[in-house]
Design a binder for this molecule. Structure first.
Ligand code: AG3
Length: 286
């Protein structure tokens, strides 16, 4: 029997499942005013950050999630210049967004400065673009920030949050989505991490319902692998300010992108948009 202290386990009560990593060391743990953050050295997945017992990322596989969250919306938008990231404190999404040369300004609004400070220390590769003059890192409540933001001031809003419990709960409802719609400029696109297609299907459906109720005419989910999250399979959900076909994207630009990626390419983008039958049926019925 292995010493249980040598394993980090995330228990996902919602789906009645758990996920474990062999760990070598706990590098840090602290309670911030918002949440409990821990950093581990794993044996096989590099470093791992957890928040309130939930895996946020590992060094080895975070590129899947971060590339999906940045490149799918940015190649779907026809001319993404002004980007807002809500959450995203580890800066992995920010780094991918800044790879797009047409992006002129990115404002990231993270509620908990400690997430960023710990990422700078333990995941420096994710923070390597934080000094980019196009990026502004704010530490504030994203819900309040959005309510006070200027109308039509963003082309893309990316919500890179924790699960819809605790500080992130208010990022998954109609009131927040209404503010996002107001802040989006014509042609604008909203995207949110929307949990597991198989383990949290009901949540995905409710995100679509609330987005439509808030006035977004079109919504679309995409699925991608993410081994370190419950079920190993994850999703993002996009919503367009105007009725625009969200299965279309700047495919030529995606093919000739002037930056390296490890997951994203035009083919996986198209593949991620293909909905599994159970999800397609469930979404058709909302
Ligand atoms: N994204 C965290 C997604 C939610 C993970 N949920 C879980 N493990 N139960 C934020 C971190 C990546 N920037």
């Amino acid at each position: 029997m292995l010493d249980p202290r040598e394993w980090f386990t995330e228990i996902d009560e919602r789906s009645g499942s758990a996920l474990s990593y062999r760990i070598l060391d706990k590098l840090h743990e602290e309670q911030t005013p918002f949440q409990r953050i821990a950093i581990y050295e794993t044996r096989d997945w590099g470093r791992l950050m957890s928040i309130d017992g939930c895996v946020m990322l590992t060094s080895r596989d975070n590129f899947l999630y971060h590339e999906a969250m940045a490149h799918i919306p940015l190649f779907t938008h026809t001319a993404p210049r002004r980007v807002v990231i809500i959450g995203g404190g580890d800066c992995g999404t920010l780094r991918e967004v800044l790879k797009h040369p047409e992006v002129e300004r990115v404002v990231q609004v993270e509620i908990d400065e400690r997430v960023t400070r710990l990422a700078e220390k333990h995941f420096p590769e994710l923070c390597e673009s934080n000094g980019d003059p196009r990026a502004e890192l704010l530490f504030a409540d994203g819900i309040r920030w959005m309510a006070e933001a200027k109308a039509e001031s963003a082309d893309v809003i990316i919500v890179d949050s924790t699960d819809p419990v605790g500080p992130a709960e208010g990022l998954f409802n109609e009131a927040f989505y209404r503010q996002c719609l107001r802040v989006l400029a014509p042609g604008g696109l909203f995207v949110q991490q929307s949990e597991s297609p198989i383990a949290h299907t009901g949540l995905i459906l409710s995100i679509h319902r609330h987005l439509r109720a808030a006035g977004f005419p079109l919504t679309r989910s995409a699925c991608f692998p993410q081994p370190c999250y419950p079920s190993g399979w994850w999703s993002l959900t996009m919503a367009a300010r105007e009725a625009q076909d969200l299965t279309r994207f700047r495919e030529d630009a995606a093919r000739s992108r002037p930056f390296p990626t490890r997951w994203y390419n035009a083919e996986v983008h198209r593949g991620a948009l293909a909905l599994p039958e159970f999800l397609r049926e469930a979404l058709a019925a909302i």
